[in-house]
Design a protein around this ligand. Sequence first.
Ligand code: ADP
Ligand code: ZN
Ligand code: ZN
Length: 767
Amino acid sequence: MSLFAEIAIPAAVDMLFTYSVPLDLQERIQCGQHVRISFGTRTMTGFVIRLSKTSPQKKLKPISTIIDEEPIFTTEMMNVLQWIADYYIAPLGEVMKSALPQGLTTKEPNIKTERGIVISYEKKREWEQWKNGFANIKLTAKQQQVFDVLLQSESGFISLDVLKTHAYVTDAVIKTLHGHGFLTISFREVIRAEQYPPSEHEKQILNITLNAHQQKAYDTIEKEIVENVFHPFLLFGITGSGKTQVYIEAIREVLRKGKTAIVLVPEISLTPQAVRRFQLCFGEMVTVIHSQMSQGERYDSWRLTKSGVYKIVVGPRSAIFAPLKNLGLIVVDEEQESSYKQYDMMPRYNARDVAIMRGKENNAVVILGSATPSVETYANAKSGKYSLLELPERADNAQLPKIFIVDMRLGKATDATIASQPEPPKKKKFSSLTPFLVEHIEERLKKKEGVILLQNRRGFSAFVECPSCGFVEMCSNCSLSLTYHKTKYLLRCHYCGFSKRLPLVCEKCGSPSSLYKGVGTQRVEEELQTLFPAAKTVRMDFDTTTKKGAHEKILSSFGNKEIDILLGTQMVAKGLDFPHVTLVGVINADLQMLLPDFRAAERTFQLLTQVAGRAGRSALAGEVVIQTYQPEHYCLNFVTQHDSVGFFNVELFHRKQLLYPPFSRIAVVEFKGHDENETLLTAQVFTRFLKHLNGTVSVLGPSPAAIEKIQNFFRFHILLKSDKEKDKSGNYLHTVLRNAIEEFKQTPYGKSKKVVMLIDIDPSGMM
Ligand code: ADP
Ligand code: ZN
Ligand code: ZN
């Protein structure tokens, strides 16, 4: 008998390859399996997509081996991945590759199991007592070193290698101690990230009973879980309403039914406390995927999820591909977050939308949770596509904070400081903190209450301008100004990472002074230190949190009130739950509001509402001070009134007029290349193939992207909009795009490798 297999290879090739299946593999081969094939002169791995008894082609190469007996993708996952490939117009092999932990597809899985020594918290306490009580027992110096290192370990867990290097001992010393029963060695396959013991506040959370609103939402969800049906919900709960607790109860129910759950969170660094709560509630059943994991840790997590050891996967967007069987629930927390959309590589999927598809395939419940839902999701809930559940009040009777808008123009401030180089400015004409905000901070410092300040721009100043000739230091690779980072006197590009020292004189006219324009976190930090020298201010942004665990450390000392003022970028805006915070200040609300993007108002509303939600989360009342140069902007009024629905209505009105989502589907086609003219010409050639349409899909461009050049690539954008009333499923948009791609690829421009074409369906940004 002859048997043929169509294979997808993990590369940017948009086709399947047919191989013959040798007799000895015919019994074992299955769809979804990982196999080895020879491809050209190379050996590669691929995935079995389809099997058939006939093939139009003759003389096919045989499949070499089957790598894993158990298919790497279940039928359910294959369907989801195929949907992604179709909807986002990406090669199936590439989609499959992105659904697996890195490294798995390129080489043989070759990951050592970690050997570790594990001590539980209880055990650690026992040890401390033991150490005190038996001080007279003579340990050798080496043994003492082992104990010292072990007792320092916060988590009570240490891997053997780390222990040996830190205690300067060999295996033999540890073996002896083990032989005497002084320590436990276990062969765990998981490496636990550094963990802090739960705070008092966190311990309380473990014994919460749902309030009436939570209970009502939970009951509705539970009914659907029990019935094993696909059902999407929008859990629209204001900040501090206790959404996390509803997720936790829903997960408990799913586990009782012998099923599993995925919890998507925007970025672990934005929601460390929620993630901790899942770990504290579900312990060993949870695996948390985060960006600081090594390749080995990721692979372990994936493998143990697949083999059924883990029942709950918590992680950012890629966690939507978790190989859980019997999936009963998918939670997408803060569903509006743009980090759910993969924008920098193929496939450009939105994990929230993939969650809906996976929910369908599994007859699972999907909960999209948010205090500030995206306009699209809100519209879906209004139309009945998703069921709306609301938590309109804060849990625990806390009140929403009072919000003040401060007009910065009235302070006659000019957003600039004159300084000679490279000395920092001495006399400040401008302060980024208005007297109103300063007074409010002072009050809090006196009362020992917590303050959170948001400035959504890192560095010291947004750009450096010459006061004599107006020259602005630009990145040599991007069409962007360089940001001044004062701590190291560096100018940095936040897009490509390029950096150089701040020049002593203007490069153009030789003038020795410069203007620092636009305020960054470092600058605010400096002002705070001058204004409140006795207060402890800590800056939390990308630059201060690169070290592993730095983030957690800052938050835990803020929780313990060792820090008075927590200043940061959007890292401080979301998800933080500190009952002692009673003041939130926004240094400049305009940073988001004025971006050239149709979602600018929506993102501003979300960010401000989120950060405002950090204040007043307990019996202590909270206040929020928002500084702006645009106090009349419509979104601010809705923020102060805590009126999301009012905001949605106005926003939907604007969107409808301009035919933006949710009233249309949009796609951006980007062309990028080193030669500006050639790139534009290629984009124009492509656009020609888009033109013959019958009015359903409109085409704008090509025009230079908002950021015209990034990393020496010139960028041109073509925007496609398809009216949803005429094109409900989006089929028309897809057909138009696919046809154009096909025709374009036949042209010399389409075949040229010099200009790259990128397709982004439902783009999260238009920059
Ligand atoms: P959200 O995720 O909706 O912003 P959280 O789940 O973080 O809200 O809950 C906000 C605070 O309210 C937390 O400190 C949590 O411990 C507390 N909380 C949640 N549910 C209850 C409840 N039923 N009773 C008392 N406190 C609660
Ligand atoms: Zn100059
Ligand atoms: Zn750059």
